[in-house]
Design a protein. Structure first.
Length: 259
């Protein structure tokens, strides 16, 4: 069984690259399982991807439990909180196995897709002073500082996340954009499609259309690169924004989290 969700394919393709960054740890030696952590103590920066294409008929629960234990041992040794996103095609027993092993279900995410030709605010890009694609140490550090605070952290971006941003800025597959000190976003071209990540607005600047402007600029960047569609994983709070900007849901992705 092939997994056809383009969000999964884009995320897996990106994770292979992230796994080669100096501060990252990455394993894909167990069949159907990719494990990644980026040296950041945030569960959403560390994750286990399970490919339902590796399911053996009639033996899923015991096979997945072996995989899950292998993954949990990896994260126990690295000391990082992490998430397990379960994409469409993964049997419901997977959640039961994770819960039995102490991994709790948290809020669902939503895999979404949009045509890149449609933008709501493209005529207003200049008004928002969107900068990017960003390159170099100084620009990457400014992006990391804004992105970290845009996800409601009261602390400055940790050095591993700044290093992560610098690594992104060095590779052409990644396009970092920001409205300096106010909002951020990132585009990754891989797996045959473009994925949108790290869309955030600092709390004091929300409600002014900055996030929507970033989303439309990322879609426009995907079109510039020759891609007709862009995909993303939306949180419940972010889903209305993405719907407004042309994204439609492909599936619900169950998120399980372990501290």
């Amino acid at each position: 069984m092939k997994h056809r969700n383009p969000v999964y394919g884009n995320l897996k393709s990106m994770t292979r690259i992230l796994g080669g960054f100096p501060l990252a740890r990455y394993l894909d030696e167990y069949p159907g399982l990719v494990l990644y952590h980026g040296s950041v103590d945030d569960a959403y920066e560390n994750y286990a991807l399970y490919d339902p294409g590796h399911i053996c008929a009639g033996k899923f629960s015991e096979e997945f439990e072996i995989s899950a234990k292998f993954g949990l041992d990896f994260f126990a040794r690295t000391g990082r909180p992490h998430i397990w996103p379960l994409f469409h095609g993964t049997p419901s027993e997977a959640g039961s196995v994770l819960e039995k092993l102490g991994v709790e279900r948290c809020e669902d995410f939503y895999a979404m897709s949009a045509d890149t030709e449609r933008t709501e605010q493209s005529q207003n890009f200049g008004d928002f002073n969107i900068l990017g694609p960003l390159r170099g140490e100084t620009e990457a550090r400014a992006w990391a500082a804004s992105a970290w605070r845009g996800f409601d952290s009261d602390e400055d971006a940790p050095e591993p996340f700044i290093a992560f941003a610098r690594n992104l800025a060095e590779r052409r597959e990644f396009s970092l954009f920001h409205i300096k000190g106010r909002a951020t976003g990132m585009l990754f071209a891989g797996g045959g499609i473009c994925g949108i990540y790290y869309v955030s607005t600092l709390p004091e600047f929300r409600g002014r259309g900055l996030g929507g402007a970033i989303v439309d600029r990322l879609k426009a960047r995907a079109a510039e690169l020759g891609f007709g569609k862009a995909v993303l994983l939306a949180t419940p709070s972010g889903r209305p924004l993405y719907r407004k900007h042309g994204f439609a849901e492909l599936e619900t992705v169950m998120i399980y989290r372990s501290e």
